[in-house]
Design a protein around this ligand. Sequence first.
Ligand code: GLU
Length: 309
Amino acid sequence: MICEDQLVINKFVKEASKYTKLGEVADYIPALKTADPDTLSFAVFGETSSCLCAGDSNETFTLQSISKVITLALALMDNGVEKVFSKVGMEPTGDPFNSMIKLETHSPSKPLNPMINAGALAVSSMIKGENVDEKLSRLLRFVQDLAEDSTITFNDMVAQSEFDTANLNRSLCYFMKQHGVIDDDVNTLLEFYTKQCAIEVSCSQLAKIGFIIANEGKKLNSNEQLIPTHISKILKTFMVTCGMYNASGEFAIRVGIPAKSGVSGGIMVSVPNRIGIGIYGPALDERGNSIAGMHLLEALSNHYNLSIF
Ligand code: GLU
């Protein structure tokens, strides 16, 4: 028997799918160009221990900027709040995610927040580990624990494709190195960052990670604390203020839920103390968010009254 919620979700996913035609897949990372723009998949996790899904919720895609939330959690757990925020700020920028402008116009030139590329690169440099392999295996283990799947790994082809073309990110790193924000060898940091962004998940796995952040860092029906509560609060706050690029304000008004999107077309959503949602729709709007995913979330938020405001 199909439950009522499944029927509601099927209907909203079908309606939102029409919007895929109005967006375009990201092409500045060559390996992302091959994604099927018509795809829209969805999973929700939380109220019961199984996911409600629509579309191909097991299809995998790379985290891209969604990894910034997870890496921030690990960096805060590794270094503490004070040290991390001595290198990166807490304010939204209103600029595109890869912009350099505020680094140059603000003094001191520390990145304004961890959800823009400059801030995420500074956060990645704080993950503990002797070398890229050690840092990456710690991060992968963390993602595997959050998603309860030890097979999660990164897509080497996507990582290499970004590494080969990441000249803008390289320039952000050199600028920050010049100003003492980071200390790393730039290509070593970029190797870690591009592999972090290329970690592959499905919507169902993303929904589980989103749920843990929603559930104050704990697994469903368990007291196992994978992320300390105070850190899960910080993550949700950044997801509200800067999670949806320079559309975060509009998203807060229209949808009103902590969420983080990536240029692969993924969106991770954490409805506090309720559910986690994973969405994959690679056709993007002009600000880099999944165009059908945005419409789907607006419909769901209105129907289920999910706004936190
Ligand atoms: N790896 C991508 C970059 O640094 C992530 C961007 C994104 O998803 O917003 O450009």
